[in-house]
Design a protein around this ligand. Structure first.
Ligand SMILES: NC(=O)c1ccc[n+]([C@@H]2O[C@H](COP(=O)([O-])OP(=O)(O)OC[C@H]3O[C@@H](n4cnc5c(N)ncnc54)[C@H](O)[C@@H]3O)[C@@H](O)[C@H]2O)c1
Length: 418
């Protein structure tokens, strides 16, 4: 099969992207360094819940999707889409080493007339300053011999109403011709394409979306901490504010940020802004408030045990319910559960966890669901498969960091809510 599209990185972004192009009739090759992932894809077994194995198997059997570890497979592709991780280093600075490594693999194989699009979330300037020079080591010139663009992926794993297919696709090319070529490719596979003036504009658009979330989550997290002092229910207040039909968008408090995006991406901009003598104070402040939430939650659990059971954290048996970073998915990257479990153990508690989606986490195995056996159950992630009324009935004490117990949890002395 001669691929129309090569997708580099077969993860949470690359897999749905491959599927959307294959569904549109294109031949897609996925390139990934993980041999295990590649073998599974070629057997039609999906490791990404957003692409069910049944769907993948059909596309693999039809010859529309295949995977390989060999970068040579992208030589014949019309378009090369890069969906690779863009993490932070331990000093919390952008770590583009994976992207650079991949670009170095692509450059010697790049051919005249190909289109390269970066999909990874990153700071404005990455496509032009980092990717372009490496690709041009091929001897080909971007915008002339090959087309280059940035188009951020907006997928929200686990979501079924908005998918890669129907979420508008923002993109910006190095030249107007690059933008047009990229737009033409996506128009064949997604419902709406939104061209912008440059790769930098597209890069910053994605960061704005994630910063908007980080800042608004911080705002309600700060309010949650004030509400605890004022003896008010922050959830009641957010729900009431939500009834305003205009000018308000609801964000929920929680035990801290999680996932591969919101805790990380804003700091890509903070780093880049310093080059311009600029300090992104909203981002820093939001980071500070959000990073404090696991500590605030630990003190809430401690208070609940003191007042609700005359017990201290030290020596108490605790069950953490839900450890993935959000409900109904298996992704544990940057999950606040990790920090909370660490803090509780440090305080001397005996901590177990139960998560129907995550069999192993942080050196622990998910235990059977028996809430009555613990001094306190802490709801960190509210998976919908759990019956929270039943939980409140069975548990001795509940600390609900997600409002999973809702109004039923209020006023019975057993449930302590964030
Ligand atoms: N997960 C999300 O919800 C989401 C949403 C929007 C944007 N993004 C962004 O998309 C990018 C990719 O994220 P993801 O969640 O898909 O990552 P991921 O970790 O799920 O997948 C990345 C894949 O790339 C592979 N890989 C690593 N190095 C490689 C290399 N040199 N060559 C080929 N393959 C390699 C890994 O084996 C893995 O399968 C990131 O920039 C992320 O910020 C993620």
């Amino acid at each position: 099969m001669k691929p129309d599209v090569a997708v580099v990185g077969a993860g949470y972004v690359g897999m749905p992207l491959a599927r959307v192009f294959a569904d549109a009739g294109k031949n897609v090759v996925l390139i990934d360094v993980d041999r295990g992932v590649v073998d599974r894809i070629n057997r039609g077994e999906s490791h990404i819940p957003d692409v069910p194995s049944g769907e993948l198997k059909r596309l693999v059997d039809e010859g529309r999707v295949k995977a390989t570890t060999d970068y040579d497979a992208l030589r014949d592709a019309g378009a090369i889409l890069i969906a690779l991780p863009t993490p932070l280093s331990s000093q919390r600075e952008p770590d583009l080493s994976i992207l650079r490594f991949a670009a170095e693999q692509i450059a010697p194989r790049l051919r005249s007339g190909q289109l390269v699009i970066l999909e990874s979330t990153t700071y404005p300037g990455t496509t032009r300053e980092c990717l372009q020079p490496i690709l041009e080591r091929s001897g080909l010139e971007a915008g002339k011999d090959f087309h280059l663009a940035f188009s951020p992926e907006r997928v929200d794993p686990g979501r079924t109403d908005w998918t890669t297919h129907n979420t508008p696709k923002v993109l910006g090319g190095l030249t107007p011709a690059c933008t047009e070529r990229a737009a033409e490719l996506y128009r064949g596979a997604v419902e709406t394409v939104v061209p912008v003036s440059s790769p930098e504009a597209a890069e910053l658009t994605k960061l704005l979306e994630n910063i908007f979330r980080a800042v608004n989550i911080a705002l309600v997290n700060e309010l949650a901490q004030l509400c605890e002092r004022m003896d008010l229910d922050v959830w009641e207040i957010v729900e009431a504010a939500e009834t305003k039909p205009f000018g308000f968008m609801s964000f929920k408090p929680g035990p801290g940020l999680g996932g591969h995006c919101i805790p990380i991406d804003p700091f890509y901009l903070t780093w880049k802004a310093r080059e311009y003598d600029f300090y992104t104070e909203f981002i820093e402040l939001a980071g500070k408030v959000n990073a404090n939430m696991p500590y605030f939650c630990r003190s809430l659990i401690s208070q609940a045990l003191n007042h609700g059971a005359q017990k201290s954290l030290k020596g108490s048996r605790l069950l953490v319910l839900g450890v993935s970073y959000k409900a109904d998915i298996d992704d544990v990257r940057e999950s606040p559960a990790q920090k909370i479990i660490m803090l509780l153990r440090k305080a001397g508690a005996d901590v177990a966890y139960h998560d129907p989606h995550v069999p192993e986490f942080d050196g622990l195995r998910s235990v059977d669901y028996a809430p009555e056996e613990y001094d306190c159950v802490v709801i960190v992630t509210a998976h919908t498969s759990i019956d929270y009324d039943d939980l409140v009935g069975r548990a001795q004490l509940v600390v609900d960091l997600r409002n999973a117990t809702g109004r039923n949890g209020s006023g019975n002395g057993k449930v302590w809510k964030l």
